[in-house]
Design a protein around this ligand. Structure first.
Ligand SMILES: [Zn+2]
Length: 234
């Protein structure tokens, strides 16, 4: 069976709710989860489960769904005037139509030239490039201190993890980390670099992470508290 998805807005006991129905050939049972980016509840149906059973589960967990959706931080789109953190410091997006300079940081603002229709994409491309630059520098410094070789550093739009380390020694990071404070970027870079030595999360791995990044515990706590906010931006 093909995997598929479709969304709709339903009137649940907790109010109007956007529901994304996902049909998965690998799912074993019906499940619910909140997808923070879109502010939707995802109902995953295994091959033989019907919509009626999904609705029953949604209704039974209506309070859980409503409270989790209500607890999501507000979504922030890349539009003129929006406050977007860079390195943990909030900066407004300022549209400068005639400047012909692309996107640049100046005077505590994210300045964007050109047609406003292209502004969201330009800001996203700029932040991705900034993320790649900042994380590559951190990775290079930490890998050098270990004498380790990094094959490649990439940035992606991952939502479930902040970084990953491939078996071939290539590292990948969420571009959204560019919005986090420097000590958080430092920790995530250290975490993935430490995987070049230990492909597990054992005690020796964590000892190395803490050596590479002194604010590891604070960074983990920050990501737990604030990570969803970053996913709701852009
Ligand atoms: Zn890890």
């Amino acid at each position: 069976m093909m995997d598929s998805s479709e969304s709709e807005t339903l009137a649940l006991p907790g109010g109007e709710t956007r529901v994304l129905w996902r049909r998965s050939s690998r799912a074993r049972r019906i499940s619910l989860r909140i997808e923070p980016k879109g502010g939707v509840v995802v109902v995953t149906l295994p091959p033989r489960a019907g919509r009626r059973a999904g609705l029953a589960l949604l209704t039974a967990h209506a309070d859980w769904v409503a409270s989790h959706l209500a607890a999501l931080p507000g979504a922030i789109a890349f539009v003129p005037g929006a406050l977007v953190p860079i390195g943990g410091v909030e900066q407004p997006i300022c549209h400068v139509p005639g400047a012909r300079r692309g996107v640049w940081l100046e005077g505590g603002e994210i300045r964007v030239s050109g047609d406003v229709a292209f502004l969201p994409r330009r800001v996203r491309d700029f932040l991705r490039a900034e993320a790649k630059q900042r994380l590559s520098a951190l990775v290079a410094e930490k890998a050098a201190s270990l004498g380790a070789t990094v094959r490649r550093v990439r940035v992606r739009d991952t939502r479930s993890r902040w970084g990953s380390c491939g078996a071939d020694g290539s590292l990948a990071f969420s571009w959204r980390l560019v919005m986090a404070p420097p000590f958080v970027q430092d920790y995530v870079a250290a975490h993935e670099v430490a995987h070049l030595r230990h492909m597990n999360h054992g005690p020796r791995f964590w000892a190395l992470v803490r050596k590479l990044s002194p604010h590891t515990d604070a960074a983990i706590a920050w990501l737990r508290e604030e990570g969803t906010r970053l996913i709701r931006i852009g």
